[in-house]
Design a protein around this ligand. Sequence first.
Ligand code: EPS
Length: 387
Amino acid sequence: MLRYLTAGESHGQALVVIVEGLPAGMVVTAKDISDELARRRLGYGRGPRQKFEEDEIVLLSGIRHGRTLGSPVAIEIKNSEWFRSDVWHEEMSPAPGKTKKPLTQPRPGHADLTGMQKYGFDDARDVLERASARETAARVAAGALAKVFLAQVGVSVMSHVLQLGSARNENAARPQPEDLPKIDESSVRCFDSTAEAKMIAEIEAAAKDGDSLGGIVEVLAYGLPVGLGSYVHWDRKIDGLLAQAIMSIQAVKGVEIGDAFETAARRGSLAHDAITWDSKVNSYKRETSLAGGTEGGMTTGEMLVVRAAMKPLSTLNRPTLKTVDMVTKQETVSFKERTDVTAVPAMGVVAETMVALVLAQEAQRKFGGDSVAEFKQNVQNFAQRLR
Ligand code: EPS
């Protein structure tokens, strides 16, 4: 089973991720990982941190001479912030001590208050350092490996921003894998230039007001095999696994597979993807993709469509959110932290990552293989059987 574990605080020394269960013989370079990390740093509306954060990586184990060994891959991602400023050495020191500046005005919508209550802390920093979306850098490093694994059998995962604030891409055209470089060139990772301009204007207006914005991204996976996930038990359904993975992303409050919410209003006669036979490739096809590429908790082999809705960030550059000071119990506004206006474009890259990790886990569960060659052979045998 492919599994992974992240560790690290936002302003600590580094993030770490360990990925266990990758097959041996997979060609991986540090560039595969750093390119994905660079994509996550992009996006109009990000705060000052991303201007100097470099996501410098160290491949600690599991890769030798550019190939996976089948042993756990451990990756360290240094936090540039730690190395830039002595403040964080003291503030995040593991040595016994106490902060001089406890944060006691919790931000509504953030993990601050409930995290402090749950773990018995009196400084919100004890919570926010780990709750921070900085942690997603470690996930993206793991996801880069999952993407390389999926690419062995022709599967690719991409994303684009559908909505930012109230600005929505109304163009129905769906991007294809070859459109990804164009999407990444857009500062809001939008596939439509009219919508892109509206999104940028909305970010500028929110920035002027010291406010923040949420939005919706769409993740698409192409080239999938039939039958990842299963209908036989609730915790093996691919829809459920994808939903959990997407909902685990910081600030994501909603998930949709295919046209789920629109389909809820359709009649059954108009709500399902007709099955046809393509004799050219000896394969079944679906005429539409209303279901988003899954039926009965399994991938159908069609394009997978997963959407993620992100709430506006709860840290605001002009703090206006009402809260209570936990020492005085007096009404106040939440403490100010440096922040982004929006992180929706970056969240798209994280959502790709989470989808890629689920698909890689399920592909490995179905096809197995200790080496990449064995995995590929197993996928080919199954495809042959279907034909
Ligand atoms: C984040 C707050 C900001 C973001 C951070 C996530 O960090 P800081 O408080 O250091 O300015 O920049 O995102 C990252 C550091 C990153 O690499 O994505 C938060 O509170 O979640």
